[in-house]
Design a protein around this ligand. Structure first.
Ligand SMILES: OC[C@H]1O[C@H](O[C@H]2O[C@H](CO)[C@@H](O)[C@H](O)[C@H]2O)[C@H](O)[C@@H](O)[C@@H]1O
Ligand SMILES: [Ca+2]
Length: 588
């Protein structure tokens, strides 16, 4: 066991920030063609294992031209903030031309930038500036469907039935195929087929009716999407979040999710990307049960996948004030390849998805977190983190303390680092997509525009009003949530075991306390969390670590060494500890 090391993996572009320009050019080129300086392959860095991911929407982050809508110029101007926060990679929601009927997940053109967000030139400048700061950029790639406005659909609906152009989408003469397949947006859609009067046929859609599914049986579709990937990879993006990945293929008599043909295509996609561009990351958004999810993480498909089954169990553990829901999901975690990694999250731009829990668990979660029906949408809850946790600073810190120490790469949703509120009176999931709150000034410092022109209203709920909850105020307050998050991120970066380590659940004699050890090489980190609102004592079975000295990862103070007896600890309400288990000095 040893003291925390520095971050293990280097960013191929970190040379820009740290070193000379010549080295930078060489390394960028090496990464672009997948070859090392001597012509050999570039060894993988597995950088995503040490990453801290930050999810944001260009539209609502910062308005750079004063027209009321966020844009790439604005985002570029706020990169220093993100660098100071300590995050290492950004995930951008779709920013392509789109009618915005699903906030950009209805893509009308895959290889351009929505004019409201700027130009391709603005995107390139943003990317260069992000890389200059050592920030990687992952963009959302919506493989499964397009907007009805996409020229592919406009062409398909007019093309001869059975022709390759027509077959860009999935058509049927009746709405009876794939009967019983779940509707993902039940609050808005009654089925997965919609009649198209131009085509005189029904087309298949897993999401809104305005989002026809592409037909991956058609080799032209597969090729077209590889070309789209090439376009952005050549510009230098570091990877893709692959939206709605489960639904690429359909087959009669199945759930039309995670089919073998879908996995075949993901393998083809991965091989294509890796052979041409080296280590770029594929992050699967597949809302599937653990065993199904793990199929994306066997080493030849995606590098990461969102841990949809873990997230609601973390909220369940907090609601029930007991460790069991988390212990269970951790115990049942399926094996993934050593180079793969979970992406763990508390909240994102969608509703808090309750698709991966039992009906009883769902009922308990709705009761605890969304007693107001206005906060519910489809199968989930459209609230941000702070309102979900009653704006209780201790519970928010505990949730983050767990998120940042459980196996996986943590993902922060923009604004949750300052405890932003939401607006459940906005439609659909716009409740959680309001403008970032930068200051207490006009429009929360998001835009100088006429407030009536804003792309979305700023939060004025009395408990979360932007005049009180904003970046400027929190930067000035040493004890703010934002400053606490900066410390949490910095400490996590010093403990590579939290990104890369194994997981050992520790026996605890108190059901309200979760304890586990993350171990990587010589570094072992003991995490202990009190899920209850009251003080708790716990005895931990730390037998194999006898003699080790637990040292607080935040303050450094050392506790008595682990002895023969179970290790006794007291935790305050919702308290949590990260202890580095140090080897005792020689001679003791
Ligand atoms: O592009 C369509 C949708 O794709 C993602 O949806 C995912 O979110 C759903 C909940 O809103 C979830 O139930 C589903 O399983 C996911 O694929 C994307 O994140 C959505 O914003 C988008 O509407
Ligand atoms: Ca703008």
């Amino acid at each position: 066991m040893q003291a925390p090391e520095g971050q293990a993996a280097g960013h191929p572009r970190q040379g820009v920030a740290q070193g000379g320009a010549a080295g930078t050019v060489l390394q960028v080129r090496a990464a672009a063609d997948g070859r090392g300086p001597a012509g050999g392959p570039v060894p993988p860095t597995l950088w995503y294992k040490d990453a801290i991911l930050y999810e944001l929407h260009v539209r609502t982050f910062f308005d750079g031209n004063g027209d009321g809508t966020g844009d790439f110029r604005g985002l570029t101007a706020r990169l220093d903030y993100l660098q100071d926060l300590g995050v290492t990679a950004l995930w951008l929601l779709p920013f392509y031309p789109s009618p915005l009927a699903d906030d950009g997940y209805d893509v009308a053109d895959y290889t351009a930038v929505h004019p409201a967000y700027g130009t391709l030139g603005d995107f390139k400048r943003f990317l260069a500036e992000a890389h200059r700061r050592g920030l990687r950029v992952i963009i959302d790639l919506v493989l499964n469907h397009t907007s009805r406005q996409h020229r592919w659909f406009q062409r398909a609906r007019r093309a001869r039935p059975g022709s390759p152009w027509r077959n860009f989408y999935v058509w049927s003469e009746t709405p009876d195929r794939y009967r019983g397949v779940r509707v993902i947006f039940p609050d808005y859609e009654e089925g997965n087929w919609t009649w198209d009067p131009v085509a005189q046929a029904y087309y298949w859609h897993r999401f809104y009716a305005h989002q026809p599914d592409l037909n991956y049986e058609n080799p032209l579709v597969r090729r077209a999407m590889l070309r789209v990937a090439d376009f952005w990879l050549r510009l230098g993006v570091d990877g893709f979040r692959l939206d709605a990945l489960s639904y690429l293929y359909e087959a009669e008599g199945t759930t039309c999710a995670g089919l073998p043909a879908t996995h075949d295509f993901v393998r083809e996609f991965r091989a294509h990307v890796e052979s041409r561009y080296g280590e770029r990351v594929l992050l699967a958004e597949a809302n599937e049960p653990p065993a199904e999810l793990a199929r994306y993480l066997q080493g030849d498909e995606c590098h990461m996948a969102f841990h949809f089954p873990l997230m609601p169990r973390l909220f369940l553990a907090l609601a029930r004030e007991e460790a069991r829901p988390l212990e269970q999901v951790l115990r049942d975690a399926p094996a993934i390849a050593p180079a793969c990694q979970w992406a763990v999250f508390l909240r994102n731009h969608d509703e808090l998805s309750l698709e991966m829990v039992t009906p009883e668990e769902r009922a308990a979660l709705l009761d605890a977190y969304a007693p107001d029906p206005q906060a519910r949408v489809n199968l989930g809850i459209r609230r941000r983190l702070a309102p979900l946790l009653g704006n209780d600073r201790r519970r928010i810190e505990l949730a983050y303390g767990l998120l940042f120490s459980l196996p996986g790469t943590p993902v922060i949703y923009y604004g949750d680092e300052i405890g932003m509120g939401d607006n459940i009176y906005l439609p659909d999931r716009h409740a959680v997509r309001t403008p970032m709150q930068w200051s207490g000034g006009r429009n929360a410092g998001f835009s100088p525009a006429n407030p009536q022109r804003l792309c979305a209203p700023v939060v004025v709920d009395p408990a979360y009003h932007y005049e009180a909850v904003n970046v400027e105020a929190q930067l000035a307050s040493p004890d703010s949530l934002l400053n606490w998050m900066r410390r949490l991120i910095a400490v996590r970066k010093g403990l590579p075991a939290l990104g890369r380590g194994s997981l050992e659940l520790v026996e605890a004699d108190n059901p309200r306390v979760l304890a586990f050890i993350r171990r990587h090489g010589d570094l072992a980190v003991l995490v202990v969390a009190n899920l209850s609102r009251y003080v708790q004592g716990v005895r931990l079975g730390l037998g194999p670590y006898r003699g080790a000295i637990p040292a607080d990862a935040f303050g450094g103070s050392a506790l008595p060494p682990v002895g023969e007896e179970p290790y006794f600890l007291t935790l305050g309400p919702h308290g949590f500890y990260w202890f580095v288990l140090r080897r005792p000095p020689a001679g003791l």
